[in-house]
Design a protein around this ligand. Structure first.
Ligand code: IPM
Ligand code: MN
Length: 363
């Protein structure tokens, strides 16, 4: 694939709940841009998720994974999780099948507040929230190592290991520093809990210091993750790039979503960093929000997280200006009330999507 792809194939997994509604908007945005820019776009919509699992037991077959790896440039995912599937095995198989299976080790979650009225901290303005979280995406507690002993008895024991490899820790920390350098940020914060997780997170601290030494021009700050939660709410301004482990990244980015105006505004890219491209697939792109089953089918879900996510997708396919354009449009949509109720508007999901596409068409 050339630097800026003009011919690409995107695999779309709408998934559960509001997932299909927001990915429908994402696909419209992609189709509109393809038409305007003359790109050859193929959208490959897969029937995967709770519905499919309940129908025939399929979650994420190896052949599907192999086809995605070989033939797709990117995956756009809506959301997974359905109360009819207790335990949500299908969600884990699909999501982790992509994150772990494709070795997409950076979960890049940009955090920007795009309208002052969405800013929950009264002392600050929207522009004061502008950082990116690099969440390790292939290790940690998420690998699922462990098990139960004497399950269901009063003596039951449940163990889940926190897996941290030197390689895994180093590569995401390196990606965060490289991102800071590329984007002109002045600092990187690494959040861990080495005062309690003395083995696993001592590794994080040691590797962070080693890598930081290679970037003398960047400020490198260690912060305990509990303190980070406090600081983000007290004063979000010092934060530019935050790197942390899988579980902490999950938790911190929900807190960060609140600084952006809620889950409907939070985007994410599961990728390998520039310079570590392997094969065709550039990444898995998904809004941070869940499937929100009670909201499904009501045309109320905020599609902006998906629009911003599509921006990240395009940036990773070599079109950073389209990413900036989509972000600017979301910002204007918020300013003009062309948005859903959760962010102060009155429009439905489809109408917001149509507005975004109209704006793209009108230049
Ligand atoms: C996320 C989600 C997932 C995660 C869930 C659905 C397993 O919360 O992408 O943030 O914890 O990674
Ligand atoms: Mn989460």
């Amino acid at each position: 694939m050339s630097e800026a792809a003009t011919s690409f194939r995107v695999t779309v997994i709408g998934g559960d709940g509001i997932g299909p509604e927001v990915t429908a908007v994402g696909m419209d945005v992609l189709r509109t841009l393809a038409e305007l820019r003359g790109w050859a776009l193929a959208l490959d919509v897969l029937d995967l998720g709770a519905e499919r699992y309940l129908r025939d037991g399929t979650t994420f077959p190896d052949e599907v994974a192999a086809r995605i790896a070989e033939e797709s440039d990117a995956v756009l995912l809506g959301a997974l999780g359905d109360p009819r599937v207790p335990g949500n095995q299908h969600a884990r198989d699909i999501l982790f099948g992509l994150r772990f299976g494709m070795d997409l080790y950076c979960n890049v979650r940009p955090v920007q507040c795009l309208a002052d009225r969405l800013m929950p901290l009264k002392a600050y303005a929207a522009a004061d929230v502008d950082f990116t979280v690099f969440r390790e995406n292939t290790e940690g507690i998420y690998v699922g190592m462990g098990g139960h002993f004497k399950k269901g008895t009063p003596d039951e024991i449940a163990i889940q290991e926190d897996v941290n490899s030197r390689k895994g820790v180093e590569r995401v920390i390196r990606a965060a520093f490289a991102h800071a350098t590329r984007t002109g940020a002045g600092s990187v914060h690494m959040a861990d809990k080495h005062n309690a997780m003395v083995h696993a997170h001592e590794l994080w601290l040691r590797v962070f210091r080693e890598v930081a030494a290679e970037y003398p021009e960047l400020e490198a700050h260690h912060v305990y993750v509990d303190a980070l939660c406090l600081y983000l709410v007290q004063d979000p301004r010092p934060f530019e790039v935050i790197v942390t482990c899988n579980l902490f990244g999950d938790i911190v980015t929900d807190l960060a979503a609140a600084l952006q105006g809620g889950m409907g505004m939070a985007a994410s890219a599961n990728v390998r960093p520039p310079g570590d491209e392997r094969g065709r697939l550039r990444g898995l792109f998904e809004p941070v929000h869940g499937s929100a089953p009670p909201l499904a089918g009501q045309d109320v879900a905020n599609p902006f997280a998906t629009v911003l996510t599509v921006g990240q997708l395009l940036a990773h396919l070599g079109h950073p200006h389209e990413d900036a354009r989509l972000r600017a449009l979301v910002q204007r949509g918020l300013a003009e009330g062309k948005c859903t109720r959760d962010v102060g508007g009155e429009l439905g999901t489809k109408a917001v999507g149509a507005w975004v596409c109209d704006q793209l068409r009108s230049g």
